[in-house]
Design a binder for this molecule. Structure first.
Ligand SMILES: Cc1cc2nc3c(=O)[nH]c(=O)nc-3n(C[C@H](O)[C@H](O)[C@H](O)COP(=O)(O)OP(=O)(O)OC[C@H]3O[C@@H](n4cnc5c(N)ncnc54)[C@H](O)[C@@H]3O)c2cc1C
Length: 286
């Protein structure tokens, strides 16, 4: 197996164009499992760990440009203020070892419906930066996931970053698994409040062929919340929000849980996230 190890982004993109069969590898926490189980034997690996441009994040105006090679540990330690939803989700990923190696770019590259970064990125209206020798383009997260473990990146492209507006309001993330740690989500939910536009963002994980937003639930809640006076959310509004989130999912029965349980769990997580986020929003005003 050939091992390509570029040290600059330009060289990485050139290698991507030259070796269409090469599998990109960042933290390797997904790729190495595939190789170890002999599920996949690619002709070449394209190692991206030496490409410094991928391993940095920057504040650009009111957005954060998060390089694809930034690990979960760094998101937790360095970006909890700007990207609170993603930081909360990152805390739940695997173990310290996995968080030290695993990256948000790798989660996007794998595009698993159960990936924990996705609900937070969807809720924050993030955009994925895809680059090739022809340049870079930005794809809204909700258009990035195209099928189970499939995404909108072309063979000659790499995920180079994700762009997320720095939070303007509270964000929450909730995940249900069969145990407390080192667990693939049975279902997950991300919520972001965007008070400056009186908007609501949501992200559903592990309960549809792709991560997805619950757009009817977002529109309903945005219209019902008392943005001006921040009065308590009426219980029937929270219940309806949970119902609409659950209705937006299309889960399956599998070894981790039943479709019915996943829908129930989503309704509960949506109500809880709303309660936590709205309480934070009320406290900010106090
Ligand atoms: C024990 C264990 C526990 C785990 N727990 C969780 C968990 O709780 N939550 C969770 O979401 N995931 C979990 N994972 C899965 C994995 O850690 C994550 O998906 C992680 O984000 C992968 O990042 P990585 O950098 O290691 O990716 P890699 O393994 O390097 O790559 C993952 C995929 O993305 C592609 N890729 C990598 N970089 C790029 C790029 N720049 N452009 C295009 N494609 C690219 C690769 O070709 C591959 O298909 C776990 C894995 C293990 C082994």
């Amino acid at each position: 197996m050939e091992f390509l190890s570029p040290t600059t982004l330009a060289d990485a993109l050139a290698a991507r164009a030259e070796h269409p069969g090469a599998v990109a590898i960042m933290g390797g926490t997904d790729v190495m499992v595939e190789l170890n189980f002999d599920r996949h034997r690619p002709p070449a690996l394209l190692d991206l760990t030496r490409v410094e441009e991928l391993a940095t994040w920057d504040r650009v105006g009111d957005e954060v440009r998060l390089g694809a090679g930034v690990t979960y540990t760094r998101v937790v330690e360095e970006l909890a203020v700007e990207l609170p939803g993603l930081a909360l989700a990152s805390r739940t990923v695997g173990s310290p070892q996995i968080r030290n190696r695993g990256t948000v770019g790798g989660n996007l590259g794998a595009a698993s419906p159960a990936g924990d970064a996705h609900p937070a990125l969807l809720a924050a209206f993030a955009e994925v930066e895809l680059s090739s020798l022809d340049g870079a383009r930005r794809v809204p997260a909700h258009e990035f996931y195209t099928g189970p473990k499939k995404h909108a990146g072309r063979p000659e492209e790499l995920v180079t970053a994700v762009w997320v507006r720095a939070a303007t309001g509270p964000q929450q993330f909730s995940k249900i698994g069969t145990r407390n740690a080192m667990v693939i989500a049975v279902a997950a939910f991300g919520l972001a409040l965007h008070p400056e536009r009186q908007g609501v963002g949501t992200g559903i994980g592990s309960a549809a062929p792709t991560p997805r937003r619950a757009t009817d639930a977002e529109a309903f809640l945005a219209a019902e919340l008392d943005w001006e006076h921040r009065r308590d959310v009426p219980p029937d509004v929270a219940t309806e929000f949970g119902r609409l989130v659950a209705a937006a999912a299309s889960p399956i029965d599998d070894v981790r849980g039943t479709a019915a349980y996943r829908r129930h769990a989503l309704a509960v997580m949506a109500r809880r996230c709303l309660g936590w986020a709205w309480t934070d929003h009320q406290r900010e005003a106090a």
